[in-house]
Ligand binder design. Sequence first.
Ligand code: SAM
Length: 257
Amino acid sequence: MIKLIKLIKQKIKIFIKYLKLGTCLGTKGLNFDQVLDDALVVMKGKKNKIPRVSLEEIVPGPITAKICEKETEDGNVSLSELLCIVSLIRHFKVNKIFEIGTFDGRTTLNMHQNSLKDPKIYTLDLPATDADKTVYELHDWEKVYTDKTAPGRKFSHLKDKGSIIQILSDSAKFERQDLNDYFDFIFVDGSHTKKYVENDTELALRLVNKEKGIIVWHDYDTEWNDVTNTMEDYYANDERFKDIKNIKETSLLFLRK
Ligand SMILES: C[S@@+](CC[C@H](N)C(=O)[O-])C[C@H]1O[C@@H](n2cnc3c(N)ncnc32)[C@H](O)[C@@H]1O
């Protein structure tokens, strides 16, 4: 107990030092945010290992985007994350998209509405009836997302439905080789277990266009620890991820081939 109190006191001391240093750097025009981030990392006792980048650095200048279904439901990306995703779609003019984790289809619909021409969106989700038959085990608390009757209901009204191809399958069983290298944008937001994050990441790397494709992951540095730890391991140990970035103020990771 005494040891713990000492440790907490030590951390508070370091935090105050960082704050003072940050204020001092700030007055000299240096990056106070970064110093504060580092101080918070010290407080949490854990290093946020993937570097951060602002959306402005990736997508400079204004973007006009169309947002449908502004209300966020449990399981959806946040509104600011949705804005980031559609900004990337518009800025990089992507139209061949693959999504892992359709859920209610809100992100699918918005990616579709912001693809500038002839979108082709493949969106994959686990059929509710297969939740107990997955190749790798799911977390119990993921069942609220897998247990749904109509994945993709938010885009069911679209007239050009042919541009959204819905696939009902476990992502660990998705084997189509004819789509390798085909997609210019992949959004990974399926199961949050380590095995599935690895499976879905390898799947994304197989399907993405190796010249100019983009992969975005959801749920980094959130309560889904397996996502954070798995992605940090990739960043630390695997050359393919050396350029991966966390988009500031979101749980999105961004990698451009
Ligand atoms: C958090 S939700 C996705 C939210 C969605 N991307 C959005 O922005 O609204 C996760 C989705 O992944 C799906 N999923 C979970 N395990 C899967 C698996 N093994 N294969 C395919 N999809 C899976 C779930 O059924 C659920 O719809």
